[in-house]
Design a protein around this ligand. Structure first.
Ligand code: HPA
Length: 282
């Protein structure tokens, strides 16, 4: 684990590198989940920065993840997109998993939109549905804030009561209604993976109040919360969770569904960004 001094030094080097590529301070950071990186194609006047070019940036290896930072305009908003996230199951430390969010924070980015592929535990969900994250349960067994507190970003014991901004959820639900979709919210449980869950684990997760299960996002949201960023989380239900689904579950199915729903998610993201941009500037 890095000391505060070392971590801040790394972040400063990475920030100095990325700052030169920016046209202005990004209004939003976006982290795109498995098979959902294509949203970056909606961004105009793009600058693509491969992760490997960014000093100290860990490299992304998961299937369906590209490993680029994409800077550009989406409507009136200037956005910084992480096309491909880093997962704990890949073997990265928590400080590597959350490095992109820390980088956003040192660049002054105040707003974060995270997306992910998730298994549906709530039986009212259907594969292909988009669900807003209302809250989360961290079952990763680790917390990204463990170790010396980075006082530059926030306190030792940050509050997580409002991790997912309520006003933004309301705005996103309004957009979903305009699009003629049934807007749903759910609680996302983060598990380490990479094995999918057993049916008994899914019954356990349902019993403790989870609607969605996935292997990502929560570390990023905790670090964003520590730095007082505003967060909107959108899960794409790529499959019904183990046991609900009475057959085997594969990553191919997850990626197939995310490819099928990606267009819906991109439409939602575009409208939501336009709407949130107004509320963020108010
Ligand atoms: N479980 C965990 N992670 C996931 C799933 C799942 O069913 N689907 C997509 N990511």
């Amino acid at each position: 684990m890095l000391t505060e001094e070392k971590m801040m030094a790394r972040l400063n080097v990475a920030r100095n590198f990325v700052e030169k590529k920016l046209l202005r301070k990004p209004d939003f950071g976006l982290i795109l989940g498995s098979g959902l990186g294509g949203f970056a194609e909606n961004v105009t006047e793009q600058t693509v920065v491969p992760y490997e070019d960014i000093p100290h940036f860990p490299l992304s290896t998961a299937p369906g993840h590209k490993g680029n930072m994409v800077l550009g305009n989406c409507g009136a908003a200037y956005v910084m997109i992480m096309q491909g996230r880093l997962h704990y199951y890949e073997g990265y430390d928590m400080e590597e998993v959350t490095f992109p969010v820390r980088l956003m924070e040192v660049l002054g980015v105040k707003n974060l939109v995270v997306t992910n592929a998730a298994g549906g535990i709530n039986e009212s969900y259907r594969p292909g549905q988009l669900v807003l994250m209302r809250d989360h349960i961290n079952l990763l067994g680790v917390n990204p804030l463990r170790g010396q507190n980075l006082d530059f970003f926030g306190p030792r014991f940050p509050d997580m009561s409002y991790a997912y901004d309520k006003n933004w959820r309301r705005e996103a639900l309004a957009v979903m209604a305009e699009m003629g979709w049934q807007g749903q919210e759910g609680v996302y449980a983060a598990v380490p993976g990479p094995s999918f869950e057993t049916p008994a684990e899914i019954r356990y997760l349902r019993a403790v109040g989870a609607d969605l299960v996935g292997m990502s996002t929560v570390p990023e949201v905790i670090v964003a919360g520590h730095g007082n960023m505003r967060v909107l989380g959108i899960s794409c239900v790529t499959n019904m969770a183990a046991g609900v689904l009475e057959r085997k579950l594969t990553m191919e199915e997850v990626l197939e569904t995310s490819a099928r729903v990606a267009g819906d998610l991109y439409a939602l993201l575009k409208s939501v960004l336009a709407r949130l941009d107004k509320s963020a500037r108010r």
